[in-house]
Design a binder for this molecule. Structure first.
Ligand code: 8YV
Length: 321
């Protein structure tokens, strides 16, 4: 019997992929760093039974319309804004993602980024490395406290909850806003639901964990930054397109808010001339929320299990549609 054919749009480690070769005929794009060429992607999609893909690759309606054999698209991410879910539904293609396995890792990074930004850790580390530490002074690299401050989490999904737990451990007051109120989470974690406007005006740390949708695009814009406290720090670990980068730059340079910690950007990767990189109040990371070795391996394995399940006629472990 011929094995189902799948194409992986980036080179993944053989030790993760090889065990699946017994049941699947697998081809991979040959680079770890360079995204798959869209022509090759289309060519593969046209005859593959399954695709394993990631945020850097757009699986749009045009690709899905031409993919006559395709039964499953497994995304190596919890978000799936790179895939046209409606088109997948129309063509009866299952889409899967990688929730849960990355929750704690992403929450660690979120909290670490919040701490690094508040306590100016990157700036201070560069200061030492560049040989500028010549004397002590009372306000040398003085940042903002974290404990007993108010964190406002926008988007109380799995990662939001994991961030709230960490914040409670730091004796922070936790506010959240979400499409639906979560009474059980409020009781369990002692967090308070507030409307978006109230969160924006009360939080010392505003943390974006919302998915990118039509409603959340540029949710954090000039008006919203201006309504934040002047001491506020904005943390974005969800999607770059939920914020207006120009407005953020403006808000920091005019003192409307204190600073920002960003793991995501409107267009990724950013270049070294990106304006936000010039601000010492901003910590920029290269979209590494889920990037621990353990978690990335778990994400790859879960994606391959999802593909295999669908192609063997059973239910995917973590379907999106
Ligand atoms: C991605 C992410 O997994 O899961 C998400 O939605 O943003 C990241 O953790 C990573 O960029 C690989 O696609």
């Amino acid at each position: 019997m011929t094995k189902p054919y799948i194409f992986i749009t980036r080179k993944l480690p053989d030790e993760v992929v090889d065990p699946f070769r017994e049941q699947l005929d697998i081809s991979m794009w040959d680079s770890e760093e360079v995204a798959v060429d869209p022509e090759r992607l289309l060519k593969e999609a046209k005859h593959a039974d399954g695709l394993l893909t990631m945020l850097s690759d757009s699986i749009d309606g045009d690709v899905l319309r031409q993919a006559s054999n395709l039964k499953v698209v497994a995304n190596l991410a919890v978000g799936f804004d790179n895939i046209d879910i409606e088109a997948a539904k129309k063509h009866s293609i299952t889409v899967t993602n990688t929730p849960d396995v990355l929750t704690e890792t992403t929450a660690d990074l979120t909290f670490g980024l919040l701490m690094a930004t508040a306590r100016r850790m990157m700036e201070a580390a560069s200061f030492v490395k560049e040989g500028k530490w010549e004397h002590w002074s009372p306000l040398l690299m003085a940042g903002s406290d974290i404990h007993h401050k108010t964190i406002g989490i926008v988007g109380m999904g799995r990662i939001g909850e994991a961030v709230a737990k960490r914040a409670r451990g730091f004796n922070m007051n936790v506010l959240y806003h979400n499409r639906t109120r979560k009474q059980e989470v409020e009781d369990r974690l002692s967090v308070e639901y507030v409307n978006f406007d109230s969160l924006i005006s009360k939080a010392d740390f505003v943390v974006s964990l919302v998915p990118l949708t039509e409603e959340t695009e540029k949710l954090f814009n000039e008006e919203i930054f201006n309504r934040m406290k002047r001491e506020a720090i904005f943390i974005n670990v969800s999607r770059g397109k939920v914020m207006d980068e120009k407005a953020l730059y403006q808000a920091i340079t005019t003192g409307e808010i204190r600073g920002a910690g960003l793991d995501v950007f409107q267009e990724e990767p950013i270049s070294e001339t990106h304006p936000l990189l010039s601000l010492k109040e901003v910590v920029c990371l290269p979209h590494i929320g889920s990037a621990s070795r353990e978690t990335r391996y778990n994400m790859m394995k879960l994606s391959l299990d999802n593909v295999l399940n669908v192609l063997q006629g059973s239910n995917p472990l973590t379907p999106v549609n």
